[in-house]
Design a protein around this ligand. Structure first.
Ligand code: ACO
Length: 341
């Protein structure tokens, strides 16, 4: 399936990332800890996924709490006050409530009282979907300052009796402040795509309008995430590689031009397969899956912030964010990094 192109021929304003932030809960759950919960081993998890530990939120922490911490850090990094934010967008599949949207709850907590707020439900692709949505508002001139947050409390939808899923996911949040570019090209090209034909390969069966929560659905564990990992793996590699190639083509760039790839952190083997097919050395991928596991909509934001803060990302670098998630959804965004004033 051909990914949808979302880059019009000319944008009135280029858009940059002016600041990043991230938050990971304190509690680390190691593979050894998981050996005591389900029939698994550290060796299986490391060789199949590259994961060694993941963070688990405290019972009283909800997704908006994680997202608010990341948001405040991103605002501080950008030198932007909460009141300056005009669009606040949270990408999540683990909202605090079915409604109101988690964006409104973050707004209340951080004091972004002049923003309009919404959530995006694109699973692991959510952060890139959010960036692209915010970019259009800024590029078109409707908004000057946007805050995009990817936040998840995946531990709240995991079946801790199912070893094939509970070892894979973690909690966390990443955030970015978007503003008009000053010198560079900012976001150069983006590709977003979806395939709803395969929705049930990765989903939560109950708790929505198709199958409202009941004593029976809870007893059957249908309010937990279900995934056909082997199938998802294949589609993830195919679609991320295709999205990356299409975005590069649109931008008139080659893989050699990309300094850093920030992929969704689902599995080290998926990242390895993508690196091989794109012929980009793994050293140019930002990888932190060993420490956080798959944090779904938060993963790219967490990795982006890490690479920005430790100095890997430098002004002028071409950076590609590359995602795939439930839906299916996927996307690639190429940006010329321009942060230092
Ligand atoms: N410990 C030990 N054994 C296990 C575990 C475990 N934690 N989990 C599964 N196994 C067993 C299975 O039961 C199976 O045993 P069997 O052969 O006797 O039936 C065996 O290990 C192999 O299982 P597979 O599912 O084939 O293992 P695979 O190598 O495919 O790895 C994994 C599984 C890690 C889930 C991989 O398929 C994967 O990463 N898939 C992609 C996930 C992904 O990309 N998600 C992205 C989107 S997530 C989102 O949008 C929310």
């Amino acid at each position: 399936m051909t990914p949808t192109l979302t880059t019009p021929p000319a944008f009135p304003r280029a858009v940059r990332i002016a600041g990043t932030g991230a938050y990971a809960p304190e509690r680390a759950l190691t593979n050894r800890d998981l050996e005591k919960i389900v029939n698994t081993t550290d060796e299986w998890i490391v060789t199949r996924t590259g994961m060694r530990e993941r963070r688990i939120a405290a019972p009283e922490q909800a997704t908006s709490d994680l997202g608010s911490e990341a948001a405040l850090r991103a605002l501080a990094d950008a030198g932007v006050a909460p009141e300056e934010v005009q669009l606040l967008l949270v990408a999540t599949i683990t909202p605090d409530y079915p409604f109101p949207n988690t964006g409104c709850l973050v707004q209340r907590r951080i004091g972004a009282k002049n923003a309009f707020c919404m959530s995006i439900e694109a699973a692991c692709s959510g952060f890139v979907y959010g960036l692209e949505t915010a970019r259009h508002y800024i590029a078109g001139g409707a908004v000057d300052t946007a805050l995009v947050i990817g936040a998840e409390k995946m531990s709240s939808i995991l079946d801790w009796r199912d070893r094939s899923t509970c070892v894979l996911f973690g909690d966390g949040a990443g955030a970015a402040v978007l503003k008009p570019a000053r010198r560079g090209r900012g976001i150069i090209a983006s590709v977003l795509g979806s395939d709803g034909a395969l929705s049930e390969l990765l989903y939560v069966p109950a708790g929505g309008s198709r199958k409202p929560a009941s004593a029976e659905t809870v007893a059957a564990g249908e309010h937990f995430l279900r995934m056909n990992g082997r199938e998802v793996f294949k589609h993830a590699v195919t679609n991320m590689v295709r999205a990356a190639r299409t975005a590069l083509h649109r931008a008139g760039l080659t893989p050699a031009d990309v300094r850093w790839i920030i992929p969704h952190q689902a599995n080290l083997r998926i990242i390895g397969a993508i690196a091989e097919r794109l012929e980009i050395p793994e050293e140019r991928f930002v990888i932190n899956v060993a420490r956080y596991g798959n944090t779904s909509g938060a993963s790219v934001g967490l990795a982006l912030d890490e690479a920005a803060r430790d100095g890997r990302l430098r002004d002028g670098d071409i950076v590609m964010m590359l995602v795939f998630g439930g839906g299916f959804t996927w996307g690639a965004t190429l940006i010329e990094w321009e942060k230092t004033s």
